[in-house]
Design a protein around this ligand. Structure first.
Ligand SMILES: [Zn+2]
Length: 279
């Protein structure tokens, strides 16, 4: 069977010099048995979610689950540096290099590597965890089953007239401005989380909370759920522990935007395009 080889080392993924996922019936480099994390049959690959990245275009790809190539997921002991035909690339950068489906599958594979690295022993009895299926593990001692867990976070675009609220968090790695976001807590709905995060970070009340779309965020195991909302009341007061700056921005004076790989960018871009239509 033909495979695509998703091989990782220290946060980087191995690509060909041409910037594609290595493929074939043999791995691109010699793999030690312990370097193979799992192998995904074509039937285990996502029903291609690139529909979400093409949202609004009406050009939704048909599901392809069960056909095509499988995926070999590996964690290399050391990076590949001595092969002119191969290169190691940070996973985030591959958004701009790989086709959307390969980028999404690379993210899934990276999450499985993370799951593997962080679940070697059972949290209940301390026994060894072994792969039970291609995407789940089981404890050799007590039989506890474990699937990769997702860190679910909301992100929300709040509109007030012809402006939206944009914020810069201390944790951002560059000077871009994003949207209010935060992790979902146990026992709350996504909508309650949106309301709580907005209140905690801005002291604003919002209304008309509507689902926008979602995005796997494999850094390392996130699921971003995007919403839109309208400003209702309150005076903007930023939570200074998390946010260094923020305010209302109109289309003609937007700050430095997030990376196009993020759902934050998609939410902002969607609004800019909507506003375009009104003018
Ligand atoms: Zn156990």
């Amino acid at each position: 069977m033909n495979f695509k080889y998703f091989l990782f080392c220290q946060g980087d993924i191995l690509l060909t010099k041409e910037g594609t996922i290595p493929r074939g019936d043999e791995p691109p480099i010699e793999l030690k048995p312990w370097e193979v994390v799992t192998t995904l049959a074509p039937s285990l690959l996502p029903l291609w979610g690139s529909a979400s990245r093409r949202q609004g275009s009406g050009n939704v790809a048909l599901p392809q689950r069960g056909s095509g190539e499988g995926a070999v997921v590996g964690l290399l002991s050391s990076p590949v540096t001595d092969r002119p035909d191969l290169q190691m690339v940070p996973l985030r950068k591959t958004f701009h290099i790989l086709p959307p489906d390969d980028y999404q599958l690379a993210g899934k594979c990276a999450e499985l590597v993370y799951f593997h690295q962080n679940n070697k022993f059972c949290g209940v009895c301390g026994g060894q965890m072994k792969w039970q299926t291609e995407i789940s593990k089981q404890c050799c001692e007590c039989g506890k089953e474990l699937w990769p867990s997702l860190a679910t976070a909301i992100i929300v675009r709040i509109q007030r007239g012809d402006e939206i609220l944009m914020v810069h968090a201390h944790t951002f790695r560059d000077r871009h401005y994003g949207l209010v976001s935060g992790f979902v807590e146990t026992g709350e709905t996504l909508e309650e989380c949106v309301r709580r995060e907005v209140w905690e970070e801005t002291r604003l009340h919002i209304t008309n909370i509507r689902y926008f779309g979602s995005q796997p965020w494999p850094y390392p195991c996130g699921l971003m759920v995007g919403f839109t909302a309208d400003y209702l009341s309150g005076q903007l007061s930023l939570q200074r522990e998390e946010l260094s700056d923020g305010g209302w921005y109109s289309r003609d004076r937007l700050p430095y935007l997030p990376d196009p790989s993020s759902i934050a960018y998609r939410l902002i871009d969607d609004w800019v395009k909507q506003t375009d239509k009104h003018f």
